[in-house]
Write a protein that binds this ligand. Structure first.
Ligand code: SAH
Length: 221
């Protein structure tokens, strides 16, 4: 997620080959980790310290969700170092550690069981920071890259006329009792955005069908 400064407070085993395997291609983050003896050392030069916790604390502390955390943290990153503090896999952060944080962040997992694995909690919180970093540069449009131009209204209208004509040729559509058939087909095709090639293919299929029933014409309808 683009973060690089890892501080490890009094690790039980470091370096350790298991950590190396788990880091996989992010081995550089682990190799460059700063090992300190105490939590105080780790956060000494930080201007904002954010603690993570799976459960509510007895004394309420300013508390945000991961998205709001990213919103608050991101603008401060170029002002001073910001610490995101994660706890021990088995028992999290102590009350004393949490009380040294300016802000707490909680991932709102199910109330029945809200404690995530450490690695997953790190992922969720750093992902939100990443998304905040990319804000404005990511498109929300799933169709932004398409290999063919979207069909124009005129071409789609010609397709509908051709479709209707073919359905009549095939005796599927009775002009004297059309019901809602064309409206429903129009709704079906309008739900998708057909591109030029798709309209061309469908027109080709219709022409074939018309030839098949023996009365088709290849002319433009
Ligand atoms: N029993 C511990 C759970 C530790 S989970 C406790 O209740 O605190 C290990 C670490 O993962 C936590 O210290 C915290 O840093 C992070 N974590 C796990 N679940 C989380 C959640 N729902 N919200 C925020 N951080 C979480």
């Amino acid at each position: 997620m683009g973060l690089s400064d890892l501080y490890l407070v009094d690790p039980k085993l470091f370096p350790h080959e298991r950590a190396g395997w788990r880091a996989a291609s992010a081995g550089d983050v682990l190799e460059n980790a700063t090992v300190v003896d105490t939590f105080e050392e780790a956060i000494a030069d930080c201007g904002l310290v954010v603690g993570t916790s799976a459960r509510g604390r007895r004394i309420p502390w300013p508390l945000v969700n991961p998205r709001a955390c990213a919103e608050q943290v991101y603008p401060e990153l170029d002002k001073h170092p910001v610490a995101l503090v994660f706890g021990r896999e088995d028992r999290g952060l102590t009350n004393d550690e949490l009380q040294r944080c300016n802000l707490h962040v909680n991932i709102p997992a199910s109330e029945d069981y809200s404690s995530l694995n450490l690695g997953m909690a790190v992922q969720v919180i750093t992902y939100e920071l990443r998304m905040r970093h990319l804000q404005g540069s990511l498109s929300d449009n799933p169709m932004q890259e398409w290999d063919t131009k979207f069909a124009k209204v005129d071409d789609i209208e010609r397709f509908f006329i051709h479709l209707e004509e073919t359905l009549i040729d095939m005796n599927f559509l009775k002009p004297e009792a059309p019901k809602q058939l064309m409206t429903r087909l129009r709704r079906l095709f309008s739900r998708t955005r057909m591109d030029d090639l798709e309209v061309k293919m469908l027109r080709g299929i219709l022409t074939s069908a018309q030839q098949w029933v023996g009365r088709g014409s290849k002319k433009e309808p």
